[in-house]
Design a protein around this ligand. Structure first.
Ligand SMILES: Nc1ncnc2c1ncn2[C@@H]1O[C@H](COP(=O)(O)OP(=O)(O)OP(=O)(O)O)[C@@H](O)[C@H]1O
Ligand SMILES: [Mg+2]
Length: 443
């Protein structure tokens, strides 16, 4: 998968006069922005739903849906998009309405281009800063071990150092790679992901390094490999331990010498890519067994990020569950207030062998089955309910579970300040410390 990072800034021009659309598009693309142009206001909601658009530049007077009505519709869609209105004959009423419904500015035609470009430049830099901020914030956590990992990510993202991300399936390895790329200087350049387990050995090498015409029977013409296509950007090699020894050797050369050759070629090509890799296998064991090159492993482990399984960061479970609930509530358009307390208990107690992916799927399923109100046991997949029946519930374990949740909630509300949390819970600060220790809450 390739996606462009956050350097690009996309501008949609909506005007029934083609001439205006065409000339603005030309100016914007010369400035390095990505323009879209539409003469049909009815097309805009669809365009917004399917493309990442940063700014809409919109005429007020258009046949069919007028600019102000369209502005109202756009605001209802709740997308992070800015709107600037333009009009040949602005009336006070139009300007007031436009501002009221959230337009950033109002330009009179003919538009003063240098003023408009200045404003766009400012919006672009704000959006870049916002993208950078949302980078890390996509990884939800309140676990202290994970917070340390976030600090590492922030520190190493701007460097070109190779990274290896390890952890069980579903712990967020790919999300971490996405975040590192998004926070890096390479974010405006391609980010190419390759799942080494999904591509047959025979094809993987040519997929990575490309080939020259005639390199093998089917090589009708020259083809660029992923390292060439990612020029200036990053490459993510998922399930890296699946590489054959031969390909491992070639990858090592890319890491060490920053060079490679296309299959069947003699010319040496330079690779300007940052390499990230991931695996859920115990890579050290594979190294000692000799199936994974030790020199490659050491080279990749300049930065090693190990993501703990969810069962070792139980304090993240309810936070993640409620984030996923918010996500799916919105996409399935449901009014759901939260989880019932017995569901919370099941979620905390479960072992989550599929880690965060399993939790995310579990919440999605519950949202689909819940018609409103609270998510309760009957909305959970059967295996979670059955597991619950087998659990021996004691008064003490239930009490611990509730105490744990109350303490975590209080700490969150008090920004982690224990004195305040203790006051809120109406217990002594020392009692809070003791309980936190007993219940395994980091602080
Ligand atoms: N801390 C987190 N906050 C929010 N979402 C998360 C977090 N960690 C993981 N996810 C989500 O969980 C899902 C699984 O994560 P991801 O695909 O990154 O896992 P993985 O370690 O690459 O798994 P696999 O080994 O199976 O490839 C994704 O939808 C991801 O967005
Ligand atoms: Mg993955």
């Amino acid at each position: 998968m390739i996606f462009n990072g956050n350097m690009s800034f996309t501008i949609l021009i909506v005007d029934d006069e083609e001439e205006i659309g065409r000339s603005l598009s030309e100016i914007f693309s010369c400035e390095g922005y990505i323009p879209y142009f539409s003469t049909d206001p009815g097309e805009v909601p669809g365009l917004l739903a399917n493309h990442e658009i940063d700014l809409i530049l919109m005429d007020v007077k258009m046949p069919g849906t007028g600019g102000i009505d369209l502005l109202k519709q756009i605001k209802k869609m709740n997308r992070p998009v800015s709107v600037i209105m333009i009009s040949g004959y602005p009336t006070v009423d139009n300007v007031v309405q436009a501002m009221k419904f959230g337009a950033l500015n109002f330009y009179k035609k003919p538009v003063d281009i240098s003023e408009l470009l200045n404003e766009i430049k400012r919006l672009h830099s704000v959006s870049q800063a916002r993208n950078k901020a949302t980078g890390l914030h996509r990884i939800y956590t309140r676990n202290s071990q994970m917070e340390e990992i976030l600090k590492v990510i922030e520190r190493i993202a701007p460097t070109d150092a190779p990274v290896i991300i390890t952890g069980e399936s579903g712990t967020g390895k790919e999300l971490v790679a996405d975040t590192i790329h998004a926070l890096s200087r390479r974010s405006g350049k391609p980010f190419i992901k390759i799942n080494c387990a999904a591509i047959p050995d025979a094809l993987l090498e040519s997929d990575l390094f490309g080939y020259e015409q005639g390199a093998f029977t089917d090589a009708k013409k020259q083809k660029k490999g992923k390292f060439e296509l990612a020029e200036g950007g990053s490459v993510f090699l998922d399930e890296i331990t699946e590489l054959t020894m031969k390909t491992q050797g070639k990858l090592l050369r890319v890491l060490q010498e920053k060079e490679f050759e296309r299959l069947g070629g003699t010319g040496v090509l330079k690779a300007n890519v940052r390499i990230m890799a991931a695996t859920n296998k115990p890579v050290e064991d594979l190294v000692s067994r000799g199936t994974f090159r030790d020199d490659l492993f050491y080279r990749l482990s300049v930065i090693r990020i190990h993501l703990p399984p969810l069962r070792e960061r139980k304090d993240d479970i309810l936070l993640l569950a409620s984030c996923f609930l918010d996500l799916y509530k919105e996409s399935y358009e449901k009014v759901i207030s939260g989880f019932s307390s017995d569901v919370n208990q099941v979620l905390i107690r479960h072992d989550w062998p599929g880690n965060i992916r399993e939790l995310k799927n579990c919440v999605e399923r519950a949202v689909i089955f819940c018609d409103g109100g609270e998510i309760s046991m009957e909305h959970l997949p059967l295996q979670y309910r059955d597991a619950e029946l087998g659990q021996e519930e004691t008064l003490e374990s239930a009490y611990d579970m509730i105490s744990r949740q109350m303490i975590l909630d209080a700490l969150e509300k008090c920004d982690g300040i224990k004195q305040k949390a203790a006051e809120m819970l109406k217990i002594h600060r020392k009692t809070l410390y003791n309980k936190m220790k007993k219940l395994g809450i980091d602080g």
